[in-house]
Ligand binder design. Sequence first.
Ligand code: VOV
Length: 250
Amino acid sequence: MSANEALLTLEGWYTYHNFRTINWEKWKAASAAERQEALDELNALIRTWEANEGENQGSTAVYSILGHKADLVFMFLRPTMQELDEIKTAFNKTRFAAYTEAPYSYVSVVELSNYVHNPGEDPKANPHVRDRLYPILPKWEHICFYPMNKKRDLQDNWYMLSMQERQEMMRSHGLIGRSYAGRVKQIIGGSVGFDDWEWGVTLFANDPLEFKHIVYEMRFDEVSARFGEFGNFLVGNVLNVETLAKKLEV
Ligand code: VOV
């Protein structure tokens, strides 16, 4: 074992997952006109997020979340933390926000770890790397989000392994991941120093069973089997302006 072989990471856009629950009692008690105003204002905000994506200044995705943990997630990627803060504040000032609560959120930055790189190359000059650091979120049917750590136990301490040991395990991880190419898209947000876990994992797929299969298969792979520690999982279905309005119909 050797210590202090800190890995070089590459960072892209900052990310903010804003999970909300809807206070249905309050929403249903509002007049139809009040609900319509709230919806119009929310839609106007969604249009600004779409315009931002059109100008390649970030990306946004909106999903309906299953289970009791949340009803919605607004996921944002932006070049700076200031922009994420402005987005949060603008949302909180809307009428719609007053009908919701925030059971959870996650802050991270899109991260690529340099385990697999071409020596001598400036990674940020590589268009494939840039596409991964500044990704446009696919509006695929389903989203899955969970935070995770790599274990730091006496026997199983990821951070005390040599670079070579970590590289080998990550190569195996990458091979499994690549076998899901075109079916699962992953965004890994590094959150050391930003949030309560080390990474936020966001997966997109058109078939939700792909989430079950990839997460299960990775559990048998050494890096996840020995070192993976996981937080809550949240899963959901894609929304657009029309399907969001339908969800909010009472
Ligand atoms: C579509 C699936 C997919 C693919 C192709 C993929 C590939 C890769 C590669 C090539 C690399 C290393 C270099 C880099 O690019 O960063 C990574 C890195 C990483 N991954 Fe991954 N991963 C996937 C998918 C994928 C999943 C489903 C998970 C959750 C693990 C699980 O058990 O639930 C995950 C986690 C991570 C993490 C936390 C890191 C950072 C680890 C670190 O210590 O720094 N990942 N990942």
